[in-house]
Design a protein around this ligand. Structure first.
Ligand code: CU
Length: 165
């Protein structure tokens, strides 16, 4: 009688194992479709990291506009980091450019600012086409105030300021 009980018991255990395996497979099959969902979220999470890796700093946008009869940078005061990029967009009233007063910036800052196709030291090219961009790059720029102006519109008061922190 004991032997029969043990055999019966083993059969039950084996049957139980088989059942568990099937359940395990089903769980595996059920879990699989869930995996693509987190994976689909991953690219969105990677985007900020990729941006940071690209420049090492943030990117800021400033518009160059003609509002009524006044030419201006919007915003005309901006706080940025030492390795940030500022993109100046030609929105209206061009041609515009970005020119830093060389005596208005901190000591040693001149070599830390890159302006595209300079016409003079720290004075960028002019942009004429709609939405054309002037990309000013800072590379380990010292903290302080950086005053700049638009060469064609300086007499009309088109000037602004960056604060590097
Ligand atoms: Cu201008």
């Amino acid at each position: 009688m004991r032997m029969i009980s043990m055999v019966a018991g083993l059969t039950l255990v084996l049957a139980a194992c088989g059942g568990d395996q099937k359940t395990g497979d089903q769980q595996g099959t059920t879990a699989a479709p869930e995996q693509p969902a987190p994976a689909a979220d991953a690219p969105a999470g990677e985007a900020p990291g990729a941006g940071a890796a690209g420049g090492g700093g943030k990117t800021h946008d400033v518009n160059m506009v003609l509002e009524g009869s006044s030419y201006k940078y919007v915003p005309d005061q901006l706080t940025v980091g030492s390795n940030d990029v500022i993109r100046y967009h030609n929105k209206s009233g061009g041609p515009h450019n970005v020119a830093f007063w060389t005596d208005s910036i901190p000591k040693g800052a001149e070599s830390a600012i890159t302006v595209p196709e300079p016409m003079a030291p720290l004075s960028s090219k002019l942009v004429v086409a709609p939405d054309e961009v002037i990309e000013v790059k800072l590379n380990n720029a010292p903290k302080g105030e950086y005053k700049y102006y638009c060469t064609p519109h300086l007499a009309l008061g088109m000037k602004a300021r960056l604060t590097v922190q």
